[in-house]
Design a protein around this ligand. Structure first.
Ligand SMILES: Cc1ncc(COP(=O)(O)O)c(C=O)c1O
Length: 370
């Protein structure tokens, strides 16, 4: 191997064990898919329509989206979806569909929304209003209600967070729909940004409201987060009628142009397909429960050494006051507004949590002795 590649590999090997702050699962083994790297796979066009370009993985892509359509309770035969380059693209897609239905609509989203969403709104030129968040990161329903009241002339497009980036808080579609009903608003669109949580919530006991049966018109899930993939990817699902509005047939590819990009990754559907095929619902559930147990363990261990750690219900994200810069740097802890978090993905082991807790405890002791 070239020395530069060798150096990169050792860097990755060194930093992986101390990577606790970002939500990418790494308990995967995709080596069986090496032979497919010999082909220029390209899923250009609509995975549900035949194309002239045969080096595609449409059949696998369809199985992947079908799996999540089923588990997000999409209405039978009335949904559509594709494998994206990640959660950001899925959110762009949901907002794009919403804008085509309600060109004068206003997007409402909480202040805890992922940074990429304001960029998406800028691309799409959509009017938007930021709503306050509660302390746990969930949207402030009173502020949403009061703001909706003022702008009853424009259809609301609700951008709901189903797991915010910093605290993995989930907005509740049942509460949001109650507000809309109370205000007699009948024309609206709801998109669920379920980047991390959407990968695993369907396999746990449910007390949340965010999927199609709860009123979402589209849902975006990242593939490289809970499922796990060496390449960023995602899944977007939407109500089919809304997709049909934007579709047009393109002679050059012999397919429908229903996706954000033209050429699309044909390899990532194979990765997701293999993960789902090998794990199945039982495996996904097992990984989700294990990760939940690690998160509960992390909260308990941090609290035991006096750190005010907490997590939202059923979240894999453990939140605590930001530790020293040295610790944040070593453990690659995402930090904003004075709080840091660890995301207990299925590959994270208790001994990694123990080592982080020991570091924080030692630094707090040092501070006390100063
Ligand atoms: C809540 C939320 N939405 C969207 C995204 C963007 O997803 P991706 O990085 O897959 O594009 C993230 C990424 O961390 C996220 O946390």
């Amino acid at each position: 191997m070239h020395t530069k590649l060798n150096q990169l590999l050792s860097q990755l090997e060194q930093s992986v064990d101390e990577s606790l702050g970002y939500p990418g699962a790494m308990d995967f083994d995709y080596r069986a898919l090496y032979p497919f790297l010999d082909y220029s796979l390209n899923n250009v066009g609509d995975p549900f329509t035949a194309t002239t370009y045969k080096l595609n993985t449409y059949a696998f892509e369809r199985e992947v989206v079908e799996f999540y359509a089923k588990h997000t309770r999409a209405p039978a035969d009335a949904w559509w979806g594709y494998v994206t380059n990640g959660g950001t693209e899925g959110n762009l897609y949901g907002l794009y569909l919403a804008r085509e239905i309600y060109p004068q609509g206003i997007v409402y989203y909480s202040q805890d929304t992922h940074y990429s969403v304001s960029k998406n709104l800028h691309f799409l030129g959509m009017k938007n209003i930021m709503i306050r968040s509660q302390n746990n990161g969930e949207i402030d329903y009173d502020d949403l209600c009061e703001t909706l009241k003022i702008r009853r002339d424009a259809a609301p497009i609700i951008f709901a967070n189903i797991g915010t980036t910093m605290t993995e808080a989930r907005d509740d579609l049942q509460k949001i729909r109650e507000i809309l009903e109370q205000l007699a608003i009948t024309k609206y669109y709801i998109h669920s940004d379920a980047a991390l949580s959407g990968g695993y919530l369907p396999f746990l006991e449910r007390d949340d409201h965010w999927d199609f049966a709860d009123g979402a018109h589209s849902i975006s899930i990242s593939g490289h987060k809970f499922i796990g993939s060496p390449i960023p990817c995602g899944i977007v699902l939407a109500l089919k009628d809304n997709v049909d509005r934007i579709s047009r047939t393109v002679a050059y590819i012999g397919s429908r142009d229903t996706t954000v990009t033209g050429s699309r990754n044909g390899f990532s559907p194979l990765l997701l397909w293999q993960a789902l095929e090998q794990l199945g619902v039982d495996g996904l559930k097992r990984r989700a429960e294990k990760a939940q147990a690690t998160a509960a363990y992390a909260v308990a261990q941090l609290q035991q050494v006096g750190v005010a750690a907490w997590r939202n219900n059923n979240a894999l994200t453990v939140v605590f006051p930001q530790p020293t810069e040295k610790i944040r740097e070593r453990w690659q802890l995402a930090t904003a507004d004075g709080i840091s978090h660890v995301v207990c993905m299925p590959h994270i082991r208790r001994k990694q949590i123990d080592a982080l807790v020991a570091d924080i405890e030692a630094s707090n002791r040092e501070k006390q002795n100063d």
